[in-house]
Write a protein that binds this ligand. Sequence first.
Ligand code: APR
Length: 232
Amino acid sequence: MANSKHIVVFSGAGMSAESGISTFRDNGGLWDKYDVTEVATPEAWRKNPALVLQFYNERRKQVLEAQPNDGHKALVSLEKQFKVSVITQNVDDLHERAGSSNVIHLHGEIRKARSTYDPSLIYNLKSWELNLGDRCEQGSQLRPHIVWFGEMVPEMARAQDITYTADILITIGTSLNVYPAAGLINHVQRGTKIYVVDPNDVPVHGIPDLVHLKEKAGIALPRLVEQLLAAE
Ligand code: APR
């Protein structure tokens, strides 16, 4: 596919909603149930690591029980005719399990843990639990391999460079609330076609060349992918 077009997919929690994984800011979402400052910040980890580990254990259990939905699967079939880069804010591995071959996680990966001594020591978790006393090879406590609020987003520059080379950008299931990730949509070149898939309103006013498909991912993506494959 030497001269095939490059599609960049930018996904958020809504991408996995139909797989049964809670979003953050919908009614009943995670931030309705938990205080983000108590479970998803470095201060929370210092203050009460057991609560932080419990929060991610519960979410990891949900991820292990979930399956990719029709939206994840539709994105995989795009790879037949396009170069596809998936940039996700999600920490689940449903894009990979559906078969997407090129996935960047801006906010980390819930099925991985890393050393609190040396962040380059990263481990695949075998089960849903990561507990106090689980240590790296250097003997230090393992933490979730997640980017917490206030922490750097190491993959951000790479994600911006990739987005700049998009011929088409498809943004799915994100409220575009959290920066720097949400700023990605501004890194496309002028004239790049942008599709936004979200059943609710999202703050994309005034962005040119944008089509808002006001539908769930599992409904809108198979249709959009069919349309894009036919147009090639
Ligand atoms: N299909 C598509 N979109 C959906 C669906 C669905 N079935 N269900 C909900 N949505 C949309 C909602 O309308 C909302 O716009 O998904 C979006 C979910 O928004 P958030 O819960 O804010 O999730 P996200 O944008 O990914 O949050 C960004 O915030 O808490 C941090 O690090 C966390 O990565 C997360 C970041």
